[in-house]
Design a protein around this ligand. Structure first.
Ligand SMILES: *[C@@H]1O[C@H](CO)[C@@H](O)[C@H](O)[C@H]1NC(C)=O
Ligand SMILES: *[C@@H]1O[C@H](CO)[C@@H](O)[C@H](O)[C@H]1NC(C)=O
Ligand SMILES: *[C@@H]1O[C@H](CO)[C@@H](O)[C@H](O)[C@H]1NC(C)=O
Ligand SMILES: *[C@@H]1O[C@H](CO)[C@@H](O)[C@H](O)[C@H]1NC(C)=O
Length: 318
């Protein structure tokens, strides 16, 4: 049942059944990055001004096996292709230390994160926490860059405004009877994005609800108790939280899907830049021939290595 990053969208019908059954250039850095000093000090969360750009730092998270030949080659395409960007490979240990230090003022978040024992849930939550605290570029290990420098991923016209950059995983080519979601394998953000804060708050609330429902501690939560990972911490949680928060910030009851779907170019709403499906998920979107000719280039390739897909939500053996 565990499909952390599904290759196919879920249809609305399936969701209903399941829920019934289950119940750029020119950016200013606010901090000078090195590979070691970025998190070891308990810095306060930064105060942002709109002139701050997305920090030039790529965040990765290693599983217990570290890099494989394939993930090393894929991550190197992004690291070598963006020499102006720092990068950091978090580990289980450094991730725990990071969250404990950077979210010390939020003991509920620290307890939720440190208490979780299911690797996929921690890996999902960690990316949002890293981007909330420090901003930058989150990437899964099975993503390679397609040759366009990250500085050019946000069109110049939107650089002053884009505080969060997400890309559609499923947008075009699936019909309308799908649940659309943003990729969670690639997310870019300024620190302190209110929309990623909303995702974090929703996840912490979800953890509290599930521990209460099953009368267990956070450490006692098992995959079978949390429902679908994509909804609990994964891409659908990301998508719901961001769109809910964006609607709140725009004073509308909901974001009109017509404004953000079938994208053929980046769309800025408020401070959220939504990239078309071909940008982060070229293989998951199908455009008709006439359209395809005018589209921009894919920015990354997702290799669907599924390193978190074993039945316990952990790294695949071997
Ligand atoms: C990984 O690459 C190294 C160096 O090229 C090679 O010796 C090794 O056999 C490779 N391992 C796997 C599992 O392919
Ligand atoms: C919840 O678990 C605790 C400790 O395992 C137990 O003492 C308590 O009776 C349980 N409460 C309910 C409502 O099941
Ligand atoms: C939304 O409403 C609040 C309170 O009425 C107001 O202060 C704010 O300026 C509004 N924002 C937008 C984007 O219209
Ligand atoms: C969304 O679409 C509606 C209807 O086409 C339009 O009136 C509105 O201005 C759009 N809102 C945004 C934020 O693009």
């Amino acid at each position: 049942m565990l499909i952390p990053h599904a290759r196919r969208p879920t249809s609305n019908v399936a969701i209903t059944i399941a829920s019934v059954a289950l119940t750029a250039t020119g950016f200013l850095l606010y901090h000078t990055w090195s590979d070691t000093d970025s998190w070891s000090l308990a810095k306060p969360l930064p105060v942002l001004t709109t002139s701050d750009g997305i920090p030039k730092k790529i965040w990765y998270k290693l599983g217990p096996k570290g890099l494989t030949n394939a993930t090393r080659a894929w991550t190197n395409t992004c690291i070598d292709g963006n020499p102006g960007y720092a990068h950091e490979f978090m580990t289980d240990e450094s991730g725990d230390a990071y969250v404990a230090a950077r979210f010390a003022s939020r003991p509920d978040i620290v307890a939720s994160y440190l208490g979780l024992t299911i690797p996929i849930l921690k890996a999902d939550l960690l990316r949002y926490l890293l981007l909330v605290a420090d901003g930058g570029v989150w990437s899964d290990l099975d993503v390679s860059c397609a040759g366009v420098p990250m500085d050019a991923w946000v069109p110049a016209a939107h650089r002053a405004d884009a505080g969060l950059v997400v890309g559609w995983e499923f947008d075009v080519g699936w019909g309308e009877n799908i649940i659309r979601q943003f990729t969670s394998w690639l997310i870019m953000a300024r620190p302190n994005s209110p929309h990623l804060w909303a995702v974090v708050e929703d996840i912490v609330q979800g953890i509290q609800d599930k521990t209460a429902e099953h009368n267990v501690t956070v450490a006692g939560l098992q995959l079978a108790m949390v429902g679908e990972v994509v909804d609990f911490t994964g891409p659908r949680r990301l998508t719901r939280g961001v769109l809910k928060s964006l609607a709140r910030s725009l004073n509308v009851t909901a974001i009109d899907q017509a404004n953000i779907t079938h994208l053929v170019e980046p769309k800025l709403l408020g401070d959220v830049l939504i990239l078309p499906g071909f940008a982060f998920a070229a293989s998951a979107n199908t455009y008709d021939e006439k359209l395809r000719a005018g589209l921009g280039p894919p920015l990354v390739k997702h290799h669907y290595a599924g390193t978190w897909k074993n039945k316990n939500g952990g790294e695949v053996a071997g």
